[in-house]
Design a protein around this ligand. Structure first.
Ligand code: NAP
Length: 249
């Protein structure tokens, strides 16, 4: 039997990049996957891709930065499946700029999507997970949340904040059989990083001991592992998947 057979999963930012790869991997492992993001069309295409491969998935268009949209989306998922057992908080954005030039809206948008969105969605789905006495919450942080990055005070704060959320919630819900972990990707080739110029790309590559960017699939494999029974004794952990870019505690 596949490792996640019969489990209900929800992945945010499932319309492309890392979230799409996570959704495909969880579905391959047997989970039924609720796909969340703003673009209904892209989600429908991912759902069709999963169905074509013999898996089960459905699109739920929602905006994690909009509280009403997020709550309505969570409600629709709970009405459909009764519970979410594996939650992957992956939706994220960047609005880069140096501290002195950063607009308040750039700060608010990034924190609102990357951190508050994960907080609100987790809160909206936690009760049935607690009742179910089994759960996996996996937050997609970033190497930048570990090291900091010039030009990204907003993004790095949101990603470091997700690590605090992960470890605090892990302590709160451990007694109910729920693990909470973070995955901190390094430089991964996705639409988010496709906008980097050659100079930025070269600087990034020089900092990666393994000498290549990571793939969305490599992040998805880590997420599928943390969702599985094989990771049952791991909680409050930050899994660095970064080619050696940062080798911290
Ligand atoms: P991406 O290609 O830009 O995809 C981002 C996803 O988030 C899209 O599916 C997007 O879908 C969704 N999203 C954005 N805002 C949203 C909102 N308000 N509500 C719902 N969904 C929203 O980025 P990626 O590279 O796959 O990154 C995925 C996650 O990994 C992010 O949290 C990112 O910070 C993190 N990460 C990425 C890298 C990297 O090198 N790529 C490194 C470290 C961490 P819609 O536009 O359809 O809403």
């Amino acid at each position: 039997m596949a490792a996640l057979q019969g489990r209900i999963a929800l992945v945010t930012g499932a319309s492309q990049g890392i979230g799409r790869a996570c959704a495909l991997a969880l579905a391959r492992a047997g989970a039924t996957v609720a796909l969340a993001a703003r673009s209904q069309d892209k989600l429908a295409a991912v759902a069709a891709e999963i169905a074509a491969a013999g898996g089960q998935a459905e699109a739920f268009a929602l905006d994690v930065a909009g509280e009403e949209s997020l709550k309505a989306g969570a409600k629709a998922v709970l009405e459909r499946y009764g519970k979410v057992e594996i939650l992957v908080n992956n939706a994220g954005i960047t609005r880069d700029g140096l501290m002195m030039a950063m607009k308040r809206t750039d700060w608010d948008d990034v924190l609102g999507t990357n951190l508050t969105g994960a907080f609100l969605l987790t809160q909206a789905l936690l009760r049935p997970m607690l009742k179910n006495r089994w759960g996996r919450i996996i937050n997609i942080s970033s190497v930048v949340g570990r090291t900091g990055q010039a030009g990204q005070v907003n993004y790095a704060s949101s990603k470091a904040g997700l690590i605090g959320l992960t470890r605090s919630l892990a302590r709160e819900v451990a007694s109910r059989g729920i693990t909470v972990n973070a995955v901190a990707p390094g430089y991964i080739e996705t639409p988010m990083t496709a906008v980097l110029d050659d100079k930025q790309r070269e600087a990034m590559m020089a900092a990666i001991p393994l000498g290549r960017p990571g793939t969305a699939e490599e992040i998805a494999q880590s997420v599928a592992f943390l969702a599985s029974d094989a990771a049952a004794y791991i909680t409050g952990h930050v899994l660095d998947v970064n080619g050696g870019m940062f080798m911290g505690a």
